[in-house]
Design a protein around this ligand. Structure first.
Ligand code: KG4
Ligand code: ZN
Length: 332
């Protein structure tokens, strides 16, 4: 029987999950709220907090699943991409535990795991499908041919979509992470109140640095005439800014779906928790007559369950890591 302990520590969430035969039995996520006061993730602080919390989080995941360490058949962990010091904590912990229990170690790519989070759903996508992975560090369009054959079709040439949300929130004085804040405020705003630019770049590449700069200029100009400008227009600015990011994402998605002829499409990553993106993604599915797939909320932002499902498929394929494995900070 496959009983996997999965560990995620690539950024600011310490998470552990137990999967039995590829089904989630527990998924404990400990978010490092300490970064909020700095307006972003402080890498060294993240490493220290992972060190503090990893034992507790793993124990909680085992207890919640009613699994003893001796019952585990493998340990999956995030090898990268992410913050080096943060990744080292999960990697070292996973190695130590695999060594102590004499069970296989499985290394997982965090971005591929975001895509495979769609297989935690009771109605997963059929192959081949396209997945738009939108997180704080990445924006990627991926063609999934099978669980382990994931081809990168395009990605952002500068900021990630999540970064565009986070940086905009910072400019507007909102708290970190900015995505959920803008999502909430945008519900009361007019998405057509302000016009934001769309970078004209090739095919399936994305660019989000221009839209962020244009927001900065818009607010600076507004503040010159009215010191209350940001507060007065906050909801409309959030709604218009968010709408433009979604336009950019879904336009590329639609082009890629039509060009590839896939019948299923998915979204993944932290930004896929965005309520308006979820709504418009489903709408796009009807327009294109393609089945849309969205992970449950808890599997959109960073979590160990997605590392577990990726580890499950790798283990089925016999892909076991060596104990000398080291993390990487970049790469798909
Ligand atoms: O996947 P994730 O948890 O971590 C990375 O791998 O980066 O993604 C975090 C990103 C942050 O940029 C955050 O602002 C964004 O996901 N995010 C959202 C929402 N919830 C999280 N962006 C827009 N709307 C949301 N509701
Ligand atoms: Zn992530």
């Amino acid at each position: 029987m496959s009983v996997i302990l999965a560990i995620e520590s690539s950024c600011d969430e310490t998470s552990a999950a137990i999967l039995v035969e590829g089904k989630v039995k527990s998924n404990v996520i400990s978010s490092q709220l300490e970064h909020k006061e700095y307006g972003g993730v402080i890498p060294e602080l993240a490493s220290r907090l992972h060190q503090q919390h990893v034992v507790r989080v793993v124990n909680e995941a085992l207890t919640a699943a009613n699994i003893a360490p001796e019952q585990l058949s493998a340990i999956a962990f995030t090898r990268g991409p992410g913050l080096l010091g943060a990744l080292l904590v999960g990697t070292s912990f996973a190695k130590g535990m695999a060594l102590a229990l004499d069970i296989p170690l499985v290394e997982v790519n965090h971005m591929q795991a975001h895509v495979l989070a769609n297989f935690l759903s009771p109605t997963p996508p059929s192959f081949p499908f396209l997945c738009l992975t939108v997180s704080g560090g990445h924006t990627q369009l991926v063609l999934a041919k099978n669980h382990l054959d994931l081809e990168l079709v395009g990605e952002s040439i500068d900021d990630a979509a999540g970064e565009a949300f986070d940086k905009a929130a910072k400019i507007m004085g909102l708290s970190y992470p900015g995505g959920p804040e803008i999502d909430k405020l945008a519900r009361h705003g007019n998405p057509r109140a302000f016009a934001f630019p769309k970078a004209n770049i090739d095919r399936f590449s994305f660019s989000f640095s221009g839209i962020k700069t244009s927001l900065l200029y818009l607010l600076k100009a507004g503040l010159k005439v009215d010191p209350e400008y940001v507060q007065k227009h906050l909801a409309d600015v959030c709604a218009s800014y968010q709408a433009k990011i979604i336009d950019i994402l879904l336009e590329k998605m639609a082009d890629a779906v039509m060009e590839s002829g896939v019948k299923h499409m998915a979204i993944a990553g932290g930004v896929s928790a965005n309520s308006e993106l979820r709504r418009r993604f489903v709408e796009l599915g009807s327009t294109l007559n393609v089945e849309p797939h969205i992970p449950a909320f808890e599997y959109c932002t960073d979590n160990a369950a997605m590392i577990g499902i990726a580890g499950y498929y790798k283990l089925l394929d016999g892909q076991v890591a060596d104990l000398s494995v080291t993390p990487y900070t970049r790469g798909f």
